[in-house]
Design a protein around this ligand. Sequence first.
Ligand code: ATP
Ligand code: MG
Length: 463
Amino acid sequence: MDATEERLARELPAYARRVVDALEAAGFEAWVVGGWVRDALLGRPGHDVDVTTSAPWPEAERVLRAAGADVHETGVAHGTLTAVVDGRPVETTTYRVEGAYSDRRHPDEVRFVTDVREDLARRDFTVNAMAFHPKRGLLDPFGGRGDLGARVIRAVGDPRRRFEEDALRVLRAVRFACRLDARIEPRTREALVERAGGLADIARERVGQELDGILATGRVARALRGEFAVMAAAVPELAPMEGFEQRSPYHAHDVLEHTARVCAGVEEFTGGAASQALRWAALLHDVAKPACWSEDVSGRGHFFGHPAAGARVLREVMGRLAVPGETVRAARALVLLHDFEIRPTRASMRRMLAELEHACPGRARELSFALLDLKRSDAVAKASACMGYAVELDAMTRALREELAAGGVWRVRDLAVGGADVIRERGVEPGPGVGMVLEQLLAAVMAGELENDREAELAWLRW
Ligand code: ATP
Ligand code: MG
């Protein structure tokens, strides 16, 4: 083993080592495979550990139980068990190849094999097709280590055939290229563009998971610029953005390049820690612009109603892709309000918080900063004419911080008085009239007509 392999052997977590050792002590062969090996070679050993073994799953289950692990039959039809050691899960799968892909009727069928190399050969990309053993070192029949070092995504085997077997790999190639900041090897890339249409036949939730994964890398801008054919095959609603010129002094780019810049911008402004909701919102904020376009007499383009139309497209797209509802609701609120007019005053920030509260109840505080990040990215991605606005946004962020630090008032329940005060001071009957008075009071406080102070509000009620 070389120095890197020695390092991996040291870094392999003890709980995973126990799984490998138990299987081998019982006379089987076992290797660590996939994401842990790839990421550990890159110096990121935090990935969960997957093990592949020659042991048929019932034997593996027996051996691992005897070694003191909790074993769950998480996917025995595919030969997969989950062994829990010291509270940590290790997915353990019998060497296998995918079944009758040729007829595409039984993509879930698997065939168990005896040689780990056959198991590695069924994997998608060379960087994902390495096995590691803490004593035997790296098993790398397809040159994954070299590709990883050179940051290349290369299909294992004939790329065209591999994408025909499973078109989801087209999107996975883009995900790993973004994740590893890698380029896609030319023949793999050619086959990928050719086979992107196959994504239409893939289960929507699998597509959704990979897309969510692409966004989670923080490098979706790269996918939009470099592999737009794949992105548009995954989400057909994106297609009209390409080449759509905005004919407006506020826009120097087509909708696609503008969107790529906004996606990159939200990462920059959040230090790479944007929420998934903000990332989806950046991707889709202008998706309805082509459909909402109109031209005025001077030949200038307008996009009336595109935030609301975009929010509808977003709900349709993200719902279809089975993205978790809470992400959809938050992203929808951000798209809906991305053009909402704000000024650097606390009253304006309160109005923004109230709008967010209305669009996504209970999450206004959290979303308020995301909305400012989206607006800031949107401004710098437009044209130099909008740069001043980006600077103004810093003042707005300060106003928002001040407002929140002072407790924030954008919901009836943030008021210093409540329903009982209204009933007593105004003499109104309990019922909807109480809520109406409170809404009026909230509007007055939000407009800055009075402080959110109990005495001031009681005086307002008496007046
Ligand atoms: P991540 O950190 O993104 O989960 P990963 O490498 O663990 O990375 P998974 O999608 O969890 O990726 O898959 C685990 C392994 O299974 C991959 O490394 C790859 O070897 C193999 N694999 C997964 N999906 C496919 C596929 N569609 N076709 C071929 N091999 C696949
Ligand atoms: Mg994984």
